[in-house]
Ligand binder design. Structure first.
Ligand SMILES: Cc1cc2nc3c(=O)[nH]c(=O)nc-3n(C[C@H](O)[C@H](O)[C@H](O)COP(=O)(O)O)c2cc1C
Length: 185
């Protein structure tokens, strides 16, 4: 199985650290995975020209071109994002917009995905993290991707706060593991 891992958020922040934990805690020996850290990428906004609806290609040349090829080739995707104003992070939104060439040509259909979102609020009394998860799930469902799991991690404001959230990290690991189920490991 080929797995594409997309991490948004601060460089080495809570999203990145959660992703690292999920990798460490799962046996990925039979999985070909790659990590795209959006903090290292230069991705222009989708300009909405819609030419990709006809051509299946984007006219913009930047770091997204390699990510599109990677996404096309992958069987599954894992998204790790901070919550920003009850939504997915801006860099992840820009990246998802730029996946439109694959969505329009239905080349994302049948792939599996999970999302793990991290925020500062407490999941018990605030909906912002679940709204962020919704925004990623809505993208997946609209793009024909089978959304098979999600995890909300709250009470994480400063970078590194997630390291103290042991039970949340276990939940994130279990969510990530859903992508591996049915794989020979
Ligand atoms: C502009 C901005 C908006 C934010 N909005 C929310 C929010 O709506 N809900 C929430 O729980 N946390 C919110 N946060 C807090 C971040 O989600 C939190 O600091 C998270 O741990 C950052 O993850 P990172 O270290 O991977 O970047 C916001 C942070 C920023 C910078």
């Amino acid at each position: 199985m080929k797995l594409l891992i997309i991490v948004a958020g601060r460089k080495n922040g809570n999203s990145f650290q959660t992703m690292t934990h999920c990798l460490k805690s799962n046996n990925l020996s039979a999985v070909e995975y790659s990590i795209v850290d959006l903090s290292e990428k230069k991705i222009a906004y989708c300009d909405g020209c819609l030419s990709c609806d006809e051509t299946g290609k984007c006219h913009i040349v930047d770091d997204m071109n390699a990510i599109v090829l990677n996404a096309k080739d992958s069987d599954a995707m894992a998204f790790f994002s901070p919550v920003r104003w009850s939504l997915l992070s801006g860099d992840l939104k820009v990246m998802l917009d730029r996946l439109n060439p694959l969505a329009a040509s239905e080349e994302l259909s049948g792939k599996k995905a999970v999302a793990i979102c991290i925020g500062q609020t407490d999941v018990k009394d605030d909906v912002s993290i679940s709204r962020a998860l919704d925004s990623i799930r809505f993208f997946c469902e609209n793009a024909g991707i089978s959304f098979i799991g999600e995890c909300a991690i709250g009470n994480c404001l400063e970078s590194g706060d997630v390291c103290a959230r042991e039970s949340d990290l276990i939940k994130a690991t279990e969510t990530f593991k859903k992508l591996l189920q049915g794989e020979v490991i």
